[in-house]
Design a protein. Structure first.
Length: 184
């Protein structure tokens, strides 16, 4: 009876496959990167994510590291980041054929970034135009001064649009920084 019990318990044992290294490391890496970014240490966050992506370049989680690099590079408080660097990371993420955990978020951020870029270009153009027709400049002919009487209103509108896009980007960044399962 003892032999039968041992034999049946041996048949019932469950063999579990250990998680791949990337799956074990990713939660700690992402959490540490988010903590660094939350403290304004964007270079440290980017470095952690980049190291992870290089170590596990063939896995889908390397792709997720690219997504988070894009998010952190878009952050307006990131002095090392930029709109173009963040958009490039998101473009790379979206172009990859592997499954994406954050495809909708990346598309939304990409569209917001593109609108922000367009608004920045318009604002810069309007500022240059307004400067070129500024009242009181002796090198500007009178007909040039009145060429665009609505320049100030256009600049204000563009600044308001830019502020709204930045606020939306911050809202999305805060939502993405929440750990999975909380507030979603």
């Amino acid at each position: 009876m003892v032999v039968a019990a041992l034999a049946s318990s041996g048949c019932a044992s469950v063999h579990t496959t250990p998680l791949p290294a990337a799956d074990r490391e990713w939660p700690r890496t992402l959490s540490a990167a988010q903590e660094h970014a939350g403290r304004g240490e964007f270079d440290a966050a980017d470095s952690l994510l980049g190291q992870f992506a290089r170590r596990h370049s063939e896995g889908r989680l390397a792709l997720e590291a690219t997504f988070w690099q894009g998010v952190f590079r878009l952050d307006p408080s990131n002095r090392s980041g930029s709109l173009s660097a963040g958009l490039a990371a998101l473009d790379s993420y979206l172009a990859d054929p592997r499954p994406h955990d954050h495809a909708m978020e990346a598309l939304t951020l990409r569209r917001l970034g593109a609108q922000l870029d367009a608004a920045n270009r318009l604002a810069a153009s309007a500022t240059v135009a307004a400067h070129d027709v500024a009242p009181g400049r002796s090198d500007v002919r009178p007909e040039q001064r009145s060429a665009d009487p609505n320049a100030d209103a256009e600049i204000k509108r563009l600044k308001d649009e830019l502020a709204k896009a930045n606020a939306e980007l911050e809202r999305i960044k805060r939502r993405l920084a929440q750990p999975p399962g909380k507030g979603r």
